[in-house]
Design a protein around this ligand. Structure first.
Ligand code: SF4
Length: 184
């Protein structure tokens, strides 16, 4: 967790949000509450952070799989399943550090650099908000990772939400590509 005064308080706010029935809405409210929210430089179509491994709980993967099946046309869904399975195969035996160094596009990142499952994206994605686009680009290029300027309060609350979801589920965190390959 990036060091900041009050990180623990934001973690617990996230933990509480993770217990709400509409967890995404509750998490988004807490994350939007961060005092640094006005200083974020994230914009639609900026996807440097979508080239690193994403951890998701089993419940989050189920939510994603349901949304993808519901929202995508049959041909798009079939292409996605093929992409997810191919990517999961390529990742066999690859550890997280190596995967991160590969800067692989997330399997849910569309050709326009927008998430195809944005409303259902996991808390790991929701909680990562950057205060410096340049820092994200540097991280993407391998000059520095993690980028030094996340919105620390939002990040801490995201960790809290994730922890609540993990405890409420099977107690584990799954890498998104492999997790989806098992479900789609
Ligand atoms: S799930 Fe969506 S927001 Fe998260 S890394 Fe993948 S494309 Fe980006």
């Amino acid at each position: 967790m990036p060091e900041t005064s009050g990180s623990q308080a934001w973690f617990y706010r996230g933990l509480e949000a993770g217990l709400e029935s509409d967890v995404h809405a509750a998490a988004d409210r807490v994350i939007a509450d961060s005092p640094d929210a006005p200083n974020r430089e994230c914009t639609s179509g900026c996807a440097f952070c979508c080239h690193f491994p994403v951890g998701a709980t089993r419940g989050e993967l189920d939510t994603l799989a349901t949304a993808l099946r519901r929202d995508l046309s049959d041909p798009t869904y079939d292409r996605l399943v093929e992409r997810v399975r191919r990517s999961a195969n390529e990742l066999r035996g690859v550890d997280e550090k190596t995967q991160a160094a590969q800067r692989r596009r997330c399997v849910l990142l569309g050709d326009d650099d927008r998430c195809i499952a944005y409303p259902a994206r996991p808390i790991a994605c929701r909680g990562w908000n950057s205060l410096s686009r340049n820092a994200c680009e540097a991280g993407f290029r391998g000059e520095a990772f993690p980028p030094p300027s996340p919105d620390a309060q939002a990040y801490a609350s995201g960790l809290g939400v994730h922890e609540a979801l993990r405890r409420a589920g099977d107690g584990t965190t799954h890498e998104l590509t492999r997790g989806l390959a098992a479900l789609l």
